[in-house]
Write a protein that binds this ligand. Structure first.
Ligand SMILES: NCc1[nH]cc(CCC(=O)O)c1CC(=O)O
Length: 309
């Protein structure tokens, strides 16, 4: 008989709940457990509450994770389920990312009202996105576009589109798929034109360091290639001091024991960019990521990073 209930912490948005359910389903399958073995605790975060300004101004990524991490450190939950893309590179001491689920499609999708593709949007059309990366990539493709801030969860953004607030928006295909809403995508954006954010499409689990019984359970659902790719992407971000304050794209792929990484940094207007491609053995995933970040930092020069804030 199951005696201890594992408490899963998650944000309350429909996408976050879908991710928590996926993590629970994988744990149930791996360990032959029933739903009763888990309790899902939905926790509201500052990132969910702040809707009136870009998160890059309000304090960045940690806004989606702070309250979950406090619950972990207080022992109110046993592990938290996150979108890796939302995770800061530095975690509070005592916590670690202990498992990654197999990565979903990392591509971005365009959801168009006025046209079904970015290329077909009328001159000067309005596209909503609060992501600095998506804003810069949009402007690189179409400098004529009027890019406006668009906050809120996936449903909120889709409602704003229907209300005519913008002619289109960009969302992660992974999120749309997890919500069963991939049909709203009118164009799947190619990786070379629209390189994804580090971590995009990968769900991660954060827990207390040293919880060995939990670590053993989680190791059964950890996807090694996703974990290796994320070690590289997060090291890249850390080397660039990756906050939400500049447009950064980065993606690693794993083929057996080999890792290939592509990274891009852009100016917010999309006019300037620096790119890197690197590869090597997966055992060096983090080293490849940080060397790539440092190389881009040198290529761009310090002015590149200071000029936009
Ligand atoms: N900041 C919101 C967020 N964090 C992760 C995803 C998508 C899902 C994923 O990347 O796994 C989204 C929504 C979006 O970008 O459309």
């Amino acid at each position: 008989m199951q005696t201890t209930v594992l408490r899963i912490g998650t944000r309350a948005s429909p996408l976050a709940m879908a991710q928590a359910h996926e993590a629970r389903a994988r744990l149930m399958a791996a360990h032959d457990l029933s739903e009763d073995a888990f309790a899902i605790e939905a926790i509201s975060t500052s990132g969910d509450r702040i809707q009136d300004r870009p998160l890059s101004e309000a304090g960045g990524k940690g806004l989606f994770t702070k309250e979950l991490e406090e619950a972990l450190l207080d022992g109110r939950i046993d592990f938290a389920v996150h979108s890796s893309k939302d995770m800061p590179t530095a975690l509070p001491s005592g916590l670690a990312l202990t498992a990654f689920l197999p990565r979903e499609d990392p591509r971005d999708a365009f959801v168009g009202e006025a046209a079904s593709t970015i290329a077909d949007l009328p001159h000067g059309a309005t596209v909503g996105s609060s992501s600095l990366r998506r804003q810069a990539l949009l402007l690189r493709m179409r400098p004529d576009l009027n890019v406006i801030m668009f906050r809120g969860n996936v449903q909120t953004r889709l409602r704003k589109l229907r209300d005519g607030v913008a002619d289109g928006t960009i969302l992660a295909l992974a999120g749309l798929k997890r919500l069963g809403s991939q049909d709203v995508a009118t164009e799947i954006l190619p990786l070379d034109l629209f390189p994804p954010a580090p971590g995009q499409g990968a769900i991660c689990i954060e827990s207390r360091i040293g919880d060995s019984r939990l670590d053993e359970m989680l190791s059964a659902i950890n996807d090694a290639p996703t974990a290796q790719a994320l070690a590289c992407e997060r090291a890249f971000l850390a080397a660039l001091d990756g906050s939400c304050r500049m447009p950064i794209a980065g993606r690693a792929t794993i083929d057996g024991g080999h890792l290939a990484f592509d990274g891009t940094i852009l100016s917010p207007d999309g006019r300037q960019s620096h790119e890197i491609s690197a590869s090597g053995p997966v055992a060096e995933a983090a080293a490849i990521g940080s060397a790539s970040g440092e190389k881009l930092r040198r290529d761009a020069g310090t002015g590149f990073f200071d000029g936009w804030n």
